[in-house]
Design a protein around this ligand. Structure first.
Ligand SMILES: [Zn+2]
Length: 342
């Protein structure tokens, strides 16, 4: 076990602090327009859908630059729909309507990502958000592959994500209720086949194997940052035991880290997964734009109250994971005990 951290606050003061922060954030939300609460992010997702035909058409030109432009457009749009779209939809952050939230979640997760919507929501929203960095529950261990060495994992591992995603989905569907499994299978097939069809019929690609290679290429474009962001923001930070998990404000401030803003990743993954991950874990129903809007308030509040506000650069985190790979990604994480905070 790691040495116990100092305990600045007890149970009741933690609750009071969280309520005070929630009140301040709710004041900002209440005075924000629909455009700010949902519109900006819905517009980014709509633009990503509308840009898809341009990406497919670029591939019609037998020119390396047009090919690179086409794959880049398709890759960035794919990640925007599958990461930002699926993530916000799973938190019902795109609309206040329950019915539309479910429709959007099925569209982004099953049609675009080829992954079962309810299973993804259970793992992400209920487990990862409910038990952030609690060992065996929401500890990001699904991202660990201890049988790979550090170089295979960090450099080649991400390329397996587009292939592994539908395979993991199929393995899960065998345990799913028949009606839901058939629905998911139908939407996954629709998404995968329509992309394949577009490469053959809109991009004018002649052979099925070349169309499949283009699918893999566009679906792998941002696979490296996607994997890195998922491990950088939680692994290596304090981990908690299920029977001694801390109060929510401590769990989210100690176990979550923000990365710097980066235009492509801000667009494709969303602020809640990049520079506002702490804000997202504290207020998971806020859209990306709203997370960015409340970020100055949240960071100032946490600094003023002497609570942690973890931030790290991509390079520093990459170097840390490469140099301490065995400790962080292979062995079981040490538990942090927060004396007086449980
Ligand atoms: Zn989330």
């Amino acid at each position: 076990m790691e040495p116990a951290h100092s305990a600045p606050l007890g149970d009741s003061s933690a609750e009071v602090l969280l309520s005070e922060l929630e009140r301040q954030v709710q004041d900002v939300v209440r005075t924000s327009s629909w455009w700010e609460r949902h519109g900006v992010d819905c517009a980014v997702l709509a633009l990503s859908l509308l840009a898809l035909p341009a990406g497919f058409l670029c591939l019609r030109f037998h020119n390396i630059l047009a090919f690179a432009a086409g794959i880049t457009i398709l890759g960035v749009c794919h990640y925007t729909l599958t990461v930002k779209g699926s993530h916000l939809a799973s938190h019902s952050a795109l609309t206040e309507s329950k019915r539309w939230s479910k429709i959007l979640m099925i569209f982004f997760m099953e049609v675009c990502t080829a992954f079962p919507a309810e299973f993804a929501k259970l793992n992400h929203v209920n487990m990862h958000h409910g038990y952030t960095n609690v060992v065996g529950l929401g500890d990001s261990s699904t991202w660990k592959a201890p049988f790979f060495n550090r170089y295979i994992y960090m450099f080649l591992g991400p390329l397996s994500i587009p292939v592994l995603t539908p395979l993991v989905a199929l393995a899960h569907l065998r345990k799913e209720e028949l009606r839901r499994a058939l629905r998911t299978l139908a939407f996954m097939s629709l998404g995968l086949y329509s992309q394949y069809w577009m490469f053959l019929n809109v991009s004018g690609i002649k052979s099925p194997s070349s169309a499949l290679a283009c699918m893999l290429l566009s679906r792998s474009l941002l696979a490296h940052p996607f994997l890195y962001v998922n491990i950088f923001q939680h692994i290596g930070l304090p981990m908690f035991s299920p029977d001694k998990k801390p109060r929510r404000i401590h769990m989210m401030t100690l176990g979550v880290l923000n990365l710097p803003r980066q235009p492509v990743l801000d667009w494709a993954f969303g602020h809640s997964l990049i520079s506002c991950h702490v804000e997202h874990h504290l207020f998971p129903r806020l859209s990306d734009h709203m997370c960015l809007k409340v970020k100055p308030l949240v960071s100032k509040f946490l600094h003023d109250k002497k609570l942690p506000y973890n931030e790290g650069s991509y390079l520093a985190r990459f170097q840390l994971f490469l140099s301490r790979y065995e400790e962080l990604m292979v062995h079981a994480p040490p538990i942090t005990e927060l004396v007086g905070l449980q």
